[in-house]
Each structure stands twice: as structure tokens, then as C-alpha cells.
Ligand binder design. Sequence first.
Ligand code: FAD
Length: 493
Amino acid sequence: MDSLLTEKKIYDVLVVGSGVAGMYASLQFDESTSVLMLSKYESNVSNSNLAQGGVAAVLDLQDDSYDLHIQDTMIAGGQANDIEAVDVLVREGPDDVRNIMDNMGVEFDRNEDGTLDKTLEGGHCRRRIMHYKDSTGAEMVRKLLKETEKHSNIELSSNTALYALSRVKSGFRADIIKDGKLGSVFCSYCILCTGGIGRIYKYTTNPKTATGDGIRIAYELGAKIKNLSYIQFHPTAFNSEDGEQFLISESVRGEGAVLLNCNKERFMHRYDERLELAPRDVVSKSIILESRRTGSNNFYLDITHEDPEFVKWRFPGIYQGCMRYGVDMTKDLIPIFPCQHYLMGGIETDIDAKTSVPRLYAAGECANTGVHGKNRLASNSLLEALVFSRRAAQDIKRCMAAGFPTVGEYPSPIDNITGGAPVPKGVKTEIREILQRGYFVLPDNGKIRSGRIRIDNLLGRLKNGNFAITTELCEILSMATAAHIILNEVDER
Ligand SMILES: Cc1cc2nc3c(=O)[nH]c(=O)nc-3n(C[C@H](O)[C@H](O)[C@H](O)COP(=O)(O)OP(=O)(O)OC[C@H]3O[C@@H](n4cnc5c(N)ncnc54)[C@H](O)[C@@H]3O)c2cc1C
């Protein structure tokens, strides 16, 4: 059995997640602080690893300003953003971006003169997106992971799922599943960085990690959850039958691609004067309205008018991804359709990433800092993951410096017991169908009501059944809980 479940039991900080938020949080602690960082699957399977477009930040005040970035963020968010959090994001974010470049080896594309090659995305009024070709997230994950390996105080345990947290004196008991076994560790502080909920949809850009585990675990502990129904549907995923959809980044439109309907005609002028560069929610809604007008779900992205060599150089990952489906984007139209992409709401936090439960923090996509309002501005989420995970760590360091008591070891009520019935098949599929039909780009009130009843029924059965505690059960419980909160929130609005 893994030594994690048999030997070391007590950590100063438990960081749940090894995406950008989890790794950047872990890297803030010095060698005297023991950090256990969990990753549900392999350490590089995460939303972070798939991020294409880039990270937005005002690094140069000559042609841009913090006020303009704040303004763009607020406009995209429908002015429903928390202005204090946006202010922190925009003003502190540039130093975090410099930190990962200067001290952690993260590279972004540069022009021939050595300056950063900043790109443009929907909703931004200036070129302020730093990117590494079209695989920015993978570059960040690779370099941050390398950095964590240099720190002996950080213990990374992959293929390890947090199943539940419970409060004990001066900290938490964390029940975790590793290699099919259950065990407990104890920590004085916990930072949840578990990412989004995309997998509760039939079609999403999110990988298998995104089942909302951290949100369920925080909710069960009594933490406040806010705006879980603020879900972003990306307008341009490659239109295929795959559950995990391949994203065609916003930056393709930023570099001049246009949207076409089933008649191969541009249509965005009917819906918004910003055309293809309107914020994501506007473009997604426009596509659905246009599909109703034309009676067809066939839509395309066209970048064939650009120099093929530039397209291949600028978008190597997207080019290859399209080629896997037999589409050469330098010559062919790319078939696209909206799908679930991002969660704006989540575990409610303040600007130090503190949740409503003492010593529990949340950062990255699982958190609701309020920076995104009702709709995230492109490339603001990697920035959010950096800024607020650092703030969580800084707050914990302040508590430690102030001499807050630390956790001890307690008996574990779950002692490697994996008995119980296997979790029923088909539950994940049913949850996904309910969300896809009822609460997609333009919600369907009737289906929301019936879906809510069905989800509550499923959740009751899952909680009362004597099922074996496995990662599968962890995920199904999380998906059903997230669906329950979302549909209740929408139905009662
Ligand atoms: C295709 C795609 C493209 C994107 N492009 C961009 C972009 O260009 N710019 C931008 O700013 N944003 C982009 N985003 C969004 C951005 O990538 C994410 O919001 C951000 O990376 C989230 O980081 P995170 O660390 O919070 O979560 P993640 O990176 O998703 O990491 C979550 C971690 O939590 C772990 N975890 C989950 N549950 C458990 C559990 N029960 N136990 C243990 N570990 C658990 C997972 O294993 C994983 O390590 C994109 C997202 C996708 C999907």
C-alpha cells in the first residue's frame, strides 16, 4: 500500500489539485512548510493543461492600462463582477505573470525584437494576451510541475482523489482514495484547487477531472456556494460527437477568422456590432438564435483567407487537432458549435481565497471570487488561478506566522474499508443528458423543472445507498450535487 496511507499522516497544508492554481499555491511555501498536493489522475490531466489562447495581463502601460482591462472584464461579466476582486486580479496579476516567466521558466512567444507577442481575444480592447503558440496551459503546467519537483517540502500524490473533508481541532481530516484504498491524512489548512464541472455536460471542452469534487466537498462541509449556474458555453468547439470537445481557441477569431452559417454566410452582424469578437456568451447565443432562424446546426469558422504558413505557425496544436478529423484549416472550413467550457461561480471566497469555513481556501476554477461576473473574459482564468492561489498561500502564511495552533492526528473512522455495492451504471450519462437538454446556452424552463426533480431523486438514492467508496462514486456524487445546486438556483431565480 502507498506510504501516504500508512506512514506520513500530518501536513501543514493540503492542496487539492495540480492544475495552475494548485501548483502555484504549493510553490508559495518555503521548505519548512509541509505540503501534500493531490491530483485525481495523472498530474498533467487538468483544464490548465488544455488552455490554448493564453493569459491576459497588462504588462506594458504604454498602450494599455489597468482601467481598460478592468473595464473589459466588467463589460464581459455583464457588470455583475465583484469590483474589488477584479481590481486585485488586474493590478496584481502582472507581477504573477512576471514571476512565472522570470523565476519559474514559463515561456511566452516573442517577436523578433524580443518583445512579447501579445494577441487579441474577444472582449479585449487591447492586445494583452501572452501565449505560448496555442498551447499556453501545457507550457505553464510543464514548467510549474518541474518547479514543484525541486521543492522537497511538496509531496505530489497523483491518481489520488480527495473523497471528503471533515473538521477536526485546528484543521481537517481528509479522506482520500488511492489505488482503490481509502485512508485519511490530517492538515492544518486546505486549499481546494479542483477545477470546474464541465463533465456534468454531454459536450464540454473539459477533461475527465472536471466533475466538481471540490465544490461538493466544500458544500458538504457547510461552505457557501455561489452562482454555480453561471456557466460559460464556448461558441467554437470542433463539432463532433466526442464528449470531450476539441476547442478552437478565441485567438483564431482574434487573428481574423470569421463565423459562417449553414449557407456559408457571415451572420454575426444580425446580433452584435462587435461581430466575431463579441464576448463568448454573446457569440454562443447568436449561434443558437441563428440555428433557430436557419433550422440548421451547421456552423463554420473560416480562416482560409490567412497565409497558410502563418496559420500553421501560429496555431500548430489546433491545426493538428483539426487534421485528426480530416479538416485542413488552411483550406477547409472548420465545423464548430457551442459547448460547455467554464464555470464562473463556485465556492464563495473573499479576496484572500478564504471560504466561509475557517482554514478552508478555494482558488482557480472551483472558486467564486466574483472576478468573472456572469461571463468570463477570455484568458482571465489562468490569471485568476495565479493571483488567488498565491493570495490563499499568503493568508495561510500569515496565520502560521501568527502562531495559530496546528492539527494533530485523530482516529480515522474510515479505515481502508472498500465494501459496499458498485455504483449503478448510467448515472453519469443521465446527469449529462439532463443538463445538456435543460440548461444549455438558452435555458429550457420546463426541462429545468423536470430535471431538478430527477436529480434530487438520484442524489437521495446515491446518498442512502450502501455503495463502495471509489473514485467513480466520488465523481458521481459530485456531479449530482453540482447539478442539484445549479438547477435549484436556476429554477428559483
Ligand atoms: C480547452 C480549454 C482551453 C482553455 N483556454 C484557456 C485560455 O486560453 N486562457 C485561460 O485563461 N483559461 C483557459 N481555460 C480555462 C483554464 O484553463 C482553467 O479555468 C484553469 O486552468 C483552471 O485551473 P485550476 O487549477 O483551477 O483547475 P484545473 O487545471 O482543472 O486543475 C484541477 C485539478 O484538480 C484535481 N482534482 C479534481 N478533483 C479532485 C479530487 N477529488 N481529488 C484530487 N484532485 C482532484 C485534478 O486532478 C486537477 O489536477 C481553458 C480551459 C479549457 C478546458
